[in-house]
Structure formats: structure tokens, C-alpha cells
Design a protein around this ligand. Structure first.
Ligand SMILES: [Zn+2]
Length: 379
């Protein structure tokens, strides 16, 4: 018997599906399975597994299965624990709630083994989110956050949200800020960007489908990732109607871009909101042990005649960005500077969201070092 430590109230990994065959018990998850063989396994394990819902202590399990089976029960528990199949639970946690489901999903995909389900549950319960945006996408995001069981969700309009953030400093300490405007060309994005750069607060953007794609992320971290204006510069560099894009962005900053109507399907908003909220929830976990897929990265979701598209993009900081650039106060680079700079790498587009097939956001004709903030000149 190995010496693994047993949880006080053992909970079988909630994401295991298992089956009992004539001579084995097979526990399946994702692309793998763990198998227990032998007569003892098929007689004892099914009875034991069905009781591992986190509501019973080890002595209670032994009592229910019969004292004579104590040694076998303990051995089976140690074997399960040795394979990492047991979690700690807490009898006071209300199982089956939406928050518990969210906690389990985070435990499965994002949290390290050191974090118990109850700790994740507690973090969700005490997490505060602020959703800024008018329209159905912000509505869907706020609704899904509530359903996910987070502590509080404040809704702010695009007109009042940025000012409310600036004025109510105390109130938003530690809050997770999401901006999901009704239009991809909304003034609130630039306003929140400036507020974030001046306060050092992270925030996440979710842009509605624009006929080409919806953009989920990045999470902008001042001083660490590019900012929203960097994002716009990269986006503009990738399109061939550059001047018009500059003018649309300038119009966005003055709040004068209008919409001709609401045309996105509710199902599209829900799909985008679902991705956004799940990744936003990762940020309630301890930052030192949790990978943050949207930190300086974004997912672009699109719908085409031949099906869905999902791309993973990296946002590189623009050194000469007028909002966050470290080099913004220095002179314009001389023409020969470009010769010493390398162009951004472009590893191709992929439907997989992995670190190995990231695409520069967005591949443009200019190297990042010589990207000039031409929008400033057009003022
Ligand atoms: Zn910037």
C-alpha cells in the first residue's frame, strides 16, 4: 500500500466517467483511462465509488461498507489517491449548484492540484466583476457570470462606466473589469484603456462580431502587455483600407460611430460570451499558479459559409504607442533603423488554441519596432 494522504471527505474526480465490466473497473476522462483489475476491484469499487461524493468521511465510508472490509476500503482509497483521483471536499458545500459546477470546471482545466474545490468555490463566491457595455453581448456576459456563481456583477453603461471607474476607486479595488461594447468601435474602450494605464489595473475586452470575427481578449495588463491602442495599431496594420480604419477609430474615440441596427444572432453573442466568461473566471484563481491564456492574447471567433473559425493571436506591444509606449517621447526612428529590426514571425493560422500555433496580432507590413502611431498625426 502506498502512503498517499487521504482527503478527510474523499470526492472522486468529478470529471471521471466510469464503467464496471465483468473483470475491470474503467475510469475514463478525456483521452485517457485508469483501469482497476481483479475480483476485489469489481466487488468493492462500484460500492465505494458511488459513495465518493465528498459528503462522507473515511470512517463513515468504512462504516457503510462494513467493518470487515476496512482494510480493503483503505487500500482502495489509497490506490485511488495514488492516481490523483481523489479530491478534498467539504460537507458544508452545496453540491450541484452552478458555482460548484464552475469550480469543478476550473479544477479540471485551470487550477493546480494544490487548490481544493472549496478554495476555488470561495474565490468564485468572493470575486467581483464589472461589465461595461450596452447591448446584448454585455447582457449575455453579465448573465453568464451570475450563473457561474461569482460574488457580484455590476453593470455599467458605456457612457457612464469609464467615469464611474475613475470616480469610485475604492469600490472597484480587486474587481475584474470586462468591457463588452455594443460596437467594436466604441469610445468606452479607449476611455477604459486610459483609466487602466493610469491606475495599473488589468481589464479584458470582448468585441462583438463585426462581420468578420468577434475578439475575446486580450486581458490588458498595464506595463506588461500591449494596451488597447496597441491592439488598434496592430489591427489597422493588417488591413488594406488603413486610412479609413484610422478615421473610424478616431470617430470611435469621439463617440460618433453609429450603428445602423442590431443584427447579430443571440446565439452568436452567447457563443462569444461563453468563451469570454469561462476564461475570465480563470482570473479568480491564484495568479502565481494559474496559466492565463488571455493575458496579452486574444481569441478571434468567426462564422463563415463553410463553418466556424477560431484563431489564437498574440498582441505585441507597440513601442511607439502614444498611450503606453516607452519610446513615445523619443524621436522618430531613422529609415536605416528598420534594417536592424526583424519582422514579426508568422506561424500561420490554426483552429487550435495552443502556444505553438499563435499568430501575431495582427500580421502587418511593418516591423513592430518601426510601427508609428500615425493616428496621432492625423489629429
Ligand atoms: Zn499601447
Amino acid at each position: 500500500m502506498n502512503e498517499s494522504v487521504l482527503p478527510t471527505r474523499p470526492l472522486l474526480q468529478p470529471w471521471r466517467d466510469y464503467a464496471v465490466t465483468s473483470d475491470r473497473v474503467i475510469l475514463r476522462h478525456a483521452e485517457g483511462a485508469i483501469v482497476f483489475e481483479g475480483r476485489a476491484s469489481i466487488t468493492l469499487l462500484p460500492e465505494l465509488l458511488s459513495r465518493l461524493d465528498g459528503s462522507r468521511t473515511v470512517p463513515e465510508l468504512v462504516s457503510e461498507l462494513g467493518e470487515p472490509a476496512e482494510a480493503a476500503v483503505l487500500q482502495a482509497l489509497h490506490q485511488l489517491a495514488g492516481h490523483g483521483l481523489l479530491h478534498e471536499s467539504d460537507s458544508t458545500a452545496v453540491d450541484g449548484t452552478e458555482r460548484r459546477r464552475s469550480a469543478r470546471a476550473l479544477a479540471e482545466v485551470a487550477a493546480g492540484p494544490a487548490l481544493t474545490l472549496d478554495e476555488i468555490d470561495d474565490r468564485l463566491a468572493s470575486a467581483n466583476f464589472v461589465v461595461i457595455g450596452d447591448g446584448p453581448l454585455a447582457e449575455a456576459i453579465a448573465s453568464l457570470l451570475v450563473t457561474s456563481g461569482v460574488g457580484s456583477v455590476d453593470r455599467l453603461s458605456e457612457r457612464e462606466g469609464p467615469a464611474a471607474l475613475a470616480e469610485g476607486k475604492e469600490r472597484w479595488v480587486g474587481a475584474h473589469v470586462l468591457v463588452a461594447p455594443g460596437s467594436p468601435y466604441a469610445r468606452a474602450l479607449s476611455d477604459v484603456n486610459r483609466w487602466a494605464l493610469s491606475t495599473g489595473v488589468d481589464w479584458m475586452q470582448v468585441l462583438p462580431y463585426d462581420g468578420h470575427r468577434s475578439v475575446i481578449g486580450p486581458v490588458f495588463a498595464p506595463g506588461q502587455t500591449g494596451c488597447y491602442h496597441c491592439f488598434r495599431l496592430r489591427r489597422r496594420a493588417a488591413i488594406d483600407f488603413h486610412q479609413e480604419a484610422i478615421e473610424i477609430d478616431a470617430a470611435a474615440d469621439s463617440g460618433s460611430v453609429r450603428r445602423s441596427g442590431e443584427w447579430r444572432a443571440p446565439s452568436q453573442d452567447l457563443a462569444v460570451a461563453g468563451q469570454a466568461v469561462f476564461f475570465a473566471l480563470w482570473h479568480v484563481l491564484p495568479q502565481d499558479s494559474t496559466p492565463l491564456p488571455l493575458l496579452g492574447r486574444a481569441i478571434a471567433m468567426g462564422w463563415t459559409m463553410v463553418g466556424p473559425t477560431i484563431e489564437d493571436h498574440v498582441l505585441y506591444r507597440v513601442p511607439r504607442c502614444r498611450e503606453c509606449g516607452r519610446a513615445r517621447d523619443t524621436g522618430v526612428p531613422q529609415p536605416w533603423t528598420a534594417a536592424t529590426l526583424s519582422a514579426p514571425t508568422h506561424a500561420g493560422t490554426s483552429a487550435q488554441m495552443g502556444p505553438h500555433d499563435a499568430e501575431v496580432f495582427l500580421p502587418g507590413p511593418a516591423a513592430p519596432g518601426v510601427e508609428a502611431d500615425t493616428s496621432a498625426m492625423s489629429r
